[in-house]
Design a protein around this ligand. Structure first.
Ligand code: MRU
Length: 349
């Protein structure tokens, strides 16, 4: 294992606190935000100090553990803990990993006493963090099987160590290709409005000296038209049973461009990102965010203060624009209506 791949840790836990790498300040400042209550974690998730679907799931599980410590002497301990769980899991609505992780953790402690609940919740959060890294490495291995020879890829948003327990999903596949000397270069969409591509993905890739070129979102079509990329690879916040996929705003545009240019479009995500309750993209709630995220750039006005905005954090890429999903258990190909159900219910495709 190459130790340089372990450089970035979005989430660190000690015996009495959780430290979240404050991603708002990257790439300028590397600073960890201490959290000692569930509210601290909710706040960090909402302001995107911690972000990315798997990372907010893990942070949510740690938030529940912190709540169990805070509520230790409360008479109706389990009722109060359940309320906290509901608050944590609704901190952001789109990434299903958050509610999945919180519900998973809660389901393991319902019949336990207070001390055992606290201990178990910490163990579960630690386990989710460690397992996520292992899952991502498996996603990386499966991803290798999709490409022949040396490839150039385009990616959107940040799906790396910062967005996960470590290694990354789509960026994990990119890391695996690089490790195998099969990556020519990566084109990184800057990802307006919050610049997760420019600030975070470009930062992760630069640290590891993975060859990359940063582009504005509007350049993706031109890059494809000039045959500079062999494929697109992105992550996901929630995947419906028909393959419709919620991911960072702008992903849909990239998928349409890839389709037009007949370039394969891959989505890399753990199975916990698939939502068995969502039949299609219409069932996926899309988070709307503060207008100032569009009107301002790092605090500086770039538009009239009074202009109305439309600021969804995510969009839905229809399953028919997706070539395949890369999961820890294997690659899922169309027809997604059948293959996703088979995979989610535990049957390999
Ligand atoms: O708003 P963000 O930064 O949390 O959005 C993140 C994304 O859309 C990622 O692509 C997705 O969560 C997958 S991360 C492995």
């Amino acid at each position: 294992m190459d130790p340089t791949f372990e450089l970035v840790e979005a989430i660190r836990a000690t015996d009495n606190a959780v430290y979240l790498l404050d991603q708002r300040q990257l790439p300028d400042i590397v600073d960890y935000l201490p959290c000692t209550t569930g509210q601290d974690v909710i706040q960090a998730i909402q302001v995107l100090a911690v972000r990315g679907a798997p990372a907010i799931g893990i942070a949510g599980a740690y938030g529940l553990w912190l709540e169990s410590r805070r509520l230790r002497d409360t008479p109706n301990f389990h009722d109060e803990l359940k309320k906290s769980a509901e608050q944590i899991q609704s901190a952001r609505p789109t990434a299903v990993n958050l509610s999945w992780a919180v519900r998973y953790a809660l389901s393991h402690v319902q019949s336990l006493g207070v001390d055992d609940t606290i201990k178990t919740l910490k163990q579960i959060a630690d386990q989710l963090l460690a397992e996520d890294v292992a899952l991502n490495r498996q996603i990386g291995d499966w991803g290798l099987s999709l490409f022949d020879g040396k490839v150039s890829l385009l990616t959107h948003c940040n799906t790396g160590s910062l967005a996960t327990g470590g290694y990354g999903t789509a960026l994990g596949v990119i890391r695996s290709l690089f490790r195998e000397h099969r990556l020519r270069e990566v084109f990184v969409d800057e990802t307006r409005p919050l610049l997760q591509g420019a600030r975070l993905t470009a930062w992760e890739l630069s640290q590891e000296k993975i060859p990359a070129r940063l582009i504005t979102d509007s350049m993706a079509g031109s890059v494809m038209a000039q045959h500079l990329v062999d494929g697109v690879i992105v992550g996901a916040d929630r995947i419906a049973l028909n393959g419709d996929t919620a991911n960072k705003i702008g992903t849909y545009s990239v998928a349409v461009l890839a389709h037009y240019h007949q370039i394969p479009f891959y989505v890399a995500a753990p199975l916990s990102t698939f939502d068995a309750n969502a039949l299609s993209g219409a069932d996926i709630p899309i988070e709307m965010r503060n207008p100032d995220e569009i009107r301002k750039l790092r605090g500086v006005n770039i538009a009239p203060e009074e202009i109305e905005t439309y600021n969804p954090a995510f969009d839905i890429t229809p399953g028919r624009l997706i070539t395949a999903f890369i999961t820890e258990k294997g690659v899922i190909r169309p027809p997604f209506d059948k293959t996703i159900r088979d995979m989610v219910s535990g049957n390999a495709p």
